[in-house]
Write a protein that binds this ligand. Structure first.
Ligand code: UD1
Length: 342
């Protein structure tokens, strides 16, 4: 029998791309999503891409009884990939309790139900936000963690700890946390992609919405940082590359090739790119002149960060394949499709 993977947040941005990659690698998938920040039709699009529409269960993971029923309804789940979480940094500062309750309770509930139903493996969706502004670049998994700058970031740190402690306390549960740098872009089919609600907080959706005329101009948050062109530097990776790393992580756990019960991997390209370089590359690959203006710094932004992804390269046998240009072009193709649909 093929391995069955439970994907929480399976209609979300990274979740949906991961479901596609799992199905294409021959895994069976069941998705659960509250649709708090995604749409059910994304699941149909997954079906269009892969020829197989996975079952989608719609409920909130804080409802433990419904989660219990899900594990009963789908016996034989091999692993859980846990994406589902609230992720708006600014909103988390305004509504910390909402964020702590949702992100932490859902993670605890899943771990409890995994134990109850003897599901051994979890892959967790973490973030490079746990490193804050590192002293040394690139960042390895051993770099010291910094206090989180938002409740959202703190929930990632706390959930990592909860998962780690659970693997220590139980001989059964084994887990991998994947610390993502900045995922961008969309599936090459342009049938799924990032679906921000309202005004996007993240750079690339703001760029594509500006290019299509939904926003007047992009504000570049600061050009007085200690970087070559003065704008902030991040490590942007294609979401389909990121998705493939989850398949590798699940295979590592199921295949028993993990070296510890709890492992952490950075996922990035290993290359830092500035905001102005993103704009230039976007203009080059799309032929569009982007309207943008330099404004003041955004509170809480870090100056520069990029990954040392050597461990993921070596241990997961994973590396990014798409270029920055590919990723930005795919984001643009998705934006155009989305507006055609609306
Ligand atoms: C942000 C979060 C991070 C979270 C991630 C999830 C902060 C401080 N960090 O990362 O914790 O895991 O989103 O996706 O919010 N920029 C502009 N103009 C814009 C938008 C962004 O210049 O309109 C710049 C930012 O200053 C930054 C870069 O673009 O330098 C990337 O920003 P963004 O996409 O929001 O990601 P992060 O801030 O890296």
């Amino acid at each position: 029998m093929k391995n069955l993977i439970l994907v929480t947040g399976g209609t979300g941005y990274i979740g949906s791309h991961t479901v596609v990659e799992l199905i294409e690698k021959g895994f069976e998938v069941v998705s659960v999503d509250s649709l708090h920040n995604s749409e059910a039709w994304i699941n149909d699009r997954i079906g269009m891409i892969t020829g197989k529409t996975p079952p989608l269960e719609i409920f909130d993971l804080c409802e433990i009884d419904r989660l219990d029923n899900l594990f009963k309804k789908y016996p034989g789940i091999s692993a859980v990939i846990h994406f589902a979480a609230f992720k708006a940094v600014g909103e988390s500062v305004e509504k910390p309790l909402v964020y702590y309750r949702n992100n932490i309770l859902s993670t605890i509930n899943i771990l409890e139900m995994m134990k109850k139903h003897q599901v051994k493996y979890m892959v967790f969706s973490s973030s490079c936000t746990v490193y804050g502004q590192p002293d040394k670049l690139p960042v390895t998994e051993d770099s010291p963690l910094q206090p989180a700058t938002s409740p959202y970031g703190n929930t990632k740190k706390i959930c990592e700890d909860i998962i780690k402690d659970t693997t220590v306390a139980s001989n059964e549960i084994k887990a991998i946390s994947l610390r993502y740098f900045n995922p961008i872009g969309a599936h090459p089919s342009a049938l799924i992609g990032e679906l921000p609600r309202g005004v996007p907080e993240n750079l690339v959706p703001f760029i594509t919405q500006t290019a299509i005329g939904l926003r007047d101009e992009l504000k570049v948050f600061g050009n007085d940082y200690n970087t070559p062109d003065g704008s902030c530097i991040r490590d942007y990776l294609h979401v389909s590359d990121l998705a493939k790393a989850h398949v590798k992580a699940v295979e590592r756990l199921i295949g028993g090739s993990n070296k510890k019960d709890y492992e952490i991997f950075n996922l990035g390209t290993g290359k830092g790119v500035s905001v102005l370089e993103i704009i230039n590359t976007f203009e080059k690959v799309t032929g569009i002149k982007l309207k943008y203006r330099i404004t003041g710094r955004r509170a809480g932004d870090i100056e520069k960060i990029w990954a040392d992804a050597t461990l993921a390269n070596k241990e997961l046998g994973w590396k990014t394949e798409y270029s920055l240009g590919d990723a930005l072009k795919s984001a643009w193709e998705w934006e155009k499709n989305l507006r055609k649909m609306k």
